[in-house]
Design a protein around this ligand. Sequence first.
Ligand SMILES: [Mg+2]
Length: 412
Amino acid sequence: MERTILHCDLNNFYASVACAERPALKTRPVAVCGSQDNRQGIVLAKNEPAKRFGIATGDVIWQARQKCPGLVVLPPDFPKYALLSRKIRAVYQQYTDLVEPFGIDECWLDVTGSTSLFGSGERIACEVKDRIRQEFGITASVGVSFNKIFAKLGSDLKKPDAVTVIGPGTFRQQIWKLPAGDLLGVGRATLRRLSASGIFTIGDIAQADPRFLKRLLGKNGLTLHQYANGRDLSPVRYMDRRPPVKSIGHSATCKSDLQTDEEVWKALLQLADDVCARLRAAGFRAGGVCLYLRDSALAAREFQSALRVPTSLGTELADSAFALFRAHWRWPLPIRALGVRAVSLLPAEAGAQTSLFDDAARRAKREALARSADGLRARFGADTVRRAVLLTEDKLPPAIPEKDCVLPNAFF
Ligand SMILES: [Mg+2]
């Protein structure tokens, strides 16, 4: 049976929330920007008037101000976005229990089973978008199609405050002319390879020989060929069913560039401590570590190695990351940003093979100590327990660094 799937995308979400609260801002150019004191002062979202000045997400604040001197710059309010996002998902859930979030401002809805109650997919889409506008003062664009990939494409085609239907009989005319990069799953590296082979549009992908795409891109080539031809069968997942976490990482842009081994070691320790606190909270140990480095010329490199013994201890993860650093980094190029990621995660309770030289009792004690510190930080604040080595001036920003969890490819 043909499915009816909606993809709802809240337009300019952060900026819309700000404008919904202060309607006087609606006609003025507004940008929500990251903090100005460390180097994260970039545009996170902008409203329609700001867009007309050419302001783009990722612009540095001074650039944005140059384009538009009257720009209203506001700080982000993440707790408010999370609250509103939950309330809006509750609206979606009145139409179907199959609601799958994709980021904070996007959701897929499978309404196949609801059309006899609420009308066609297009009708539900219009109703949902109108309700969001009336109840929350925020516009949404909705794509309606027979699979998730095309529904997502549809929500991008017309915005703001619009509904786009992509049907099985019309998708070739509607989307084959779009650039290949618009298709979900085509990242920058893939796009480069495709265009080097003369493949520029979604239609080019659809009409390419799948064997050629497989040689060019591996398994992903076949997936993209299926997507472009409307043969995406992936289900909309229930909201509360979370896919398993594949890795846990933490990265940060430094307040000033790192110049010495010692500075790098301190930063790695701080990042690894944060990663390991999250590993322990989630009940994992790391089987490997991945180190990410970006130099002051903004070139990025990544290194990975397996750990001798799986760990959830910050010092051990930092040790391995530092060993990678020593093996691969050549000074004098200063380091602008760095990250530590725990990979090959294992459940903490799984018996790990211990090394001959490893003192199991000592490790157990250190893990117990780390857990106690986690408990203190949870009760009394993040800075309650700190390593002495990190008490001196550190170069990581005090704000929450960029956290991320990587989910398996099967996510969508
Ligand atoms: Mg959006």
